[in-house]
Design a protein around this ligand. Structure first.
Ligand code: ATP
Ligand code: LTN
Length: 331
């Protein structure tokens, strides 16, 4: 809570081109809180450098991620939109919280295990303490809700454990955050390997539909999506590919699974895949158009970043000073 208002906080890494997984699992749900909550949505560039980034690309994607936030309906007048590295309190609090996080807890994080496997030549300490920086992001703003995809639930739970530990030693420091996982877009899977999460850092571009793909590319990717040898459009165990496409179609059209099963009764996978591609393109073309307009105005984006960082820094400083006082730092 900040000034009697509930707080929503989330972040996206500028580590690649954003996918429909990022859109349906996270960004699309951010705007649901804009009216009633004080909302902070961050482009988490400090998190992104836990894996190697090409500097020019990181810079470009930072602008793009901010532009996409706005194109997806986040009004910078109603939401605090900013870049993580512009508010140094995040890394300052992260050091402090590192001293309240156990080695064993961090070793259990599945994202760390996955990313260490993927980047075996660069298992750096930042990759290991990544969730502590994420806990700092959340706790600095006295956050109540954290809208994320299910893959981040474990990190939010660790954040709660860190907050509980800190609050036990120094009462009334942090608000206890709740993860909010949207039911429908919980976990969008890869089109090539539907048992694996669709991820923006996937090397196989055909496995992933990007928010900025053009219509023909979207339709082609859905056409090639891996399914099964059955022909009936039905949500069932073992039909991971079809289940995933049904989830995506349901998210973009608002139709329920049983409505979709009825709609495609007697039709084959080909018709269904085409419909998914079209629904996806119909929903995202207006976002793309807005995105291009916003991205062309760099001065505007810089203004939004600056205003967001000033606003965020004001609240972050308050929490950080409180933490330092409680710890016994001379301030
Ligand atoms: P990377 O591949 O670089 O690890 P990512 O695609 O997993 O990235 P993040 O920046 O880590 O994306 O995630 C941003 C938000 O999008 C998070 O809330 C995450 O839970 C959500 N998200 C990412 N992928 C999916 C997905 N496939 N389905 C649902 N939500 C997702
Ligand atoms: N770890 C998240 C991104 C992230 C985040 C946050 C999400 C960084 N800080 C704070 C919610 C709240 C990810 O990899 N998707």
């Amino acid at each position: 809570m900040l000034n009697e208002q509930k707080v929503s906080y989330s972040g996206v890494q500028p580590s690649g081109n954003l996918t429909i997984g990022n859109y349906l699992g996270a960004i699309k749900n951010f705007s649901a809180y804009s009216e009633l909550y004080k909302c902070f949505y961050c482009v988490v560039d400090s998190h992104a450098i836990t894996v190697r980034q090409v500097p020019a690309e990181l810079r470009r994607r930072t602008y793009e991620t901010l532009a996409l936030y706005i194109a997806c309906g986040l009004d910078p007048e109603k939401n605090t939109l900013y870049v993580q590295s512009h508010v140094p309190a995040h890394t300052e609090l992260a050091w402090i919280l590192n001293c309240f996080t156990m080695f064993g807890e961090l070793s259990r994080m599945t994202q760390f295990k996955d990313k260490s496997e993927k980047h075996a030549d660069n298992i750096n300490a930042g990759l290991f303490t990544y969730p502590v920086l994420m806990a700092s992001d959340i706790l600095l703003y006295q956050t109540d809700v954290v809208p994320v995809g299910i893959d981040q639930k474990q990190h939010v739970e660790l954040c709660r454990d860190i907050a509980t530990r800190f609050n036990q030693l120094y009462p009334d420091t942090f608000t206890m955050p709740e993860p909010i996982i949207s039911k429908s877009g919980m976990r969008i899977m890869s089109l090539a390997e539907p048992t694996k999460k669709m991820s923006k850092s996937d090397e196989n571009a055909n496995a992933v539909v990007y928010i900025l793909d053009d219509k023909d590319t979207m339709i082609r990717k859905f056409k090639r999506a891996v399914t099964d040898s059955d022909t009936v459009v039905k949500y069932a165990e073992g039909k991971d590919g079809i289940n995933n496409l049904m989830t995506i179609y349901s998210c973009f059209t608002g139709k329920t699974i049983s409505e979709i099963e009825k709609e495609f009764e007697g039709k084959g996978y080909g018709d269904f895949k085409l419909a998914v591609g079209e629904a996806c393109a119909d929903a995202l073309m207006p976002v793309q158009e807005k995105f291009r307009q916003i991205l062309a105005d760099k001065a505007y984006l810089e203004e939004v970043m600056k205003k967001g960082a000033d606003e965020a820094a004001y609240y972050a400083r308050k929490t950080l000073s409180k933490v330092k006082r409680k710890l016994g730092f001379v301030i």
